[in-house]
Design a protein around this ligand. Structure first.
Ligand SMILES: CC(C)(COP(=O)(O)OP(=O)(O)OC[C@H]1O[C@@H](n2cnc3c(N)ncnc32)[C@H](O)[C@@H]1OP(=O)(O)O)[C@@H](O)C(=O)NCCC(=O)NCCS
Length: 182
């Protein structure tokens, strides 16, 4: 698979995914009330590093078929670090290694194009597919934010993960190469 920018022709699919509770994480809520609002958010994201908007599509080389979407954002205005988020929206394509590969490419991209020494991510402690993706790539658990996320009628704890530039570029048997299992 590969990551590529979002084109105007992808917007219908993206809007469908972002409004489909089956396609995104159970705790995610993208607050796009209309197609137009989503378009505006994508446009603003081009000049706003803190935007949570989707940034790149995850595309399977076979048929050049989009299967997911990833984002990155400057998570704290006082700090020089970016967080990543990731979704394999086509459910049949989950559990085949594409999520790990997508995050791996995204971290490569950020370390190549942003002058940061750390990339981070957060994961609901009850979302193993998310935190296992991070752990498999060598992210370290840095702590837990207690009761930081509200969804499904209750408060959830959120784990904070991070990896430094130095750690990322060390050889790692669990990461290199990330196998796609289909
Ligand atoms: C999180 C997500 C992107 C992972 O992508 P994926 O392609 O399914 O994951 P991979 O096949 O690369 O597997 C990564 C790790 O997660 C584990 N995993 C995958 N699905 C799992 C599941 N349902 N339950 C437990 N572990 C799971 C894999 O076993 C693997 O860990 P391992 O190397 O220790 O075996 C995908 O499951 C998804 O889109 N989920 C919904 C959205 C979401 O939760 N996003 C994260 C919040 S930003």
């Amino acid at each position: 698979m590969y990551l590529r920018p979002i084109h105007p022709r992808d917007l219908d699919l993206l809007f469908t995914w972002l409004n489909d509770p089956e396609a995104i994480a159970p705790q995610d809520h993208f607050e796009f009330e209309s197609f137009r609002e989503m378009e505006g958010a994508l446009r603003e994201a081009e000049t706003d590093d803190s935007s949570l908007a989707p940034r790149l599509l995850v595309v399977r080389r076979a048929g050049n078929r989009p299967i997911g979407v990833v984002g990155f954002f400057r998570s704290n205005r006082a700090l020089e670090t970016f967080d990543v988020w990731y979704v394999i929206a086509v459910r049949q394509e989950r559990g085949k290694g594409y999520g790990s590969e997508a995050v791996s490419l995204l971290v490569d991209y950020l370390f190549a194009h942003r002058p940061v020494e750390r990339v981070g991510a957060t994961s609901d402690v009850e979302n193993p597919s998310s935190y296992r993706t991070l752990e498999r790539l060598g992210f370290r658990k840095e702590g837990v934010l207690k009761r930081a996320l509200f969804h499904h009628g209750t408060w959830h704890d959120v784990a904070v993960y991070g990896i430094t530039r130095e750690e990322w570029f060390q050889p790692s048997p669990s990461r290199d190469p990330v196998p796609a299992r289909s």
